[in-house]
Design a protein around this ligand. Sequence first.
Ligand SMILES: [Zn+2]
Length: 121
Amino acid sequence: MKLNAVESCLVPQQQTHLVHLALAGYPREVCGVVFSHDIIVQYRNISPDPEHNYDAEIDMGDNDIKAIWHSHPNGPNTPSDTDLQFIEHCERHGMHFRHIIVTLKGVFEYEAERDATSSAA
Ligand SMILES: [Zn+2]
């Protein structure tokens, strides 16, 4: 899987909103979804280790999901190994949405490159 850094689908005000949510949740990771029409929803982080990870009861089959976002309160602005595994999982199951990492400095957005070999199954 090839992951590309892409320009954010969110307008600057929404990016700032996500940074504020990350700040409010510090030092825990916060997470949520961007639905179509750029509606941002925060989900409760139910990970047993919320300072280093996130988990949420998101209906991943929802066709309205445009992006999944979560914070890295202490950076980095790149996906962790766990994040990459999650993105691979999504792609393998045909869930092609963007993945947004929010740090206290800004919003960083990634999109897996669609390719014929990995989109089967
Ligand atoms: Zn992460």
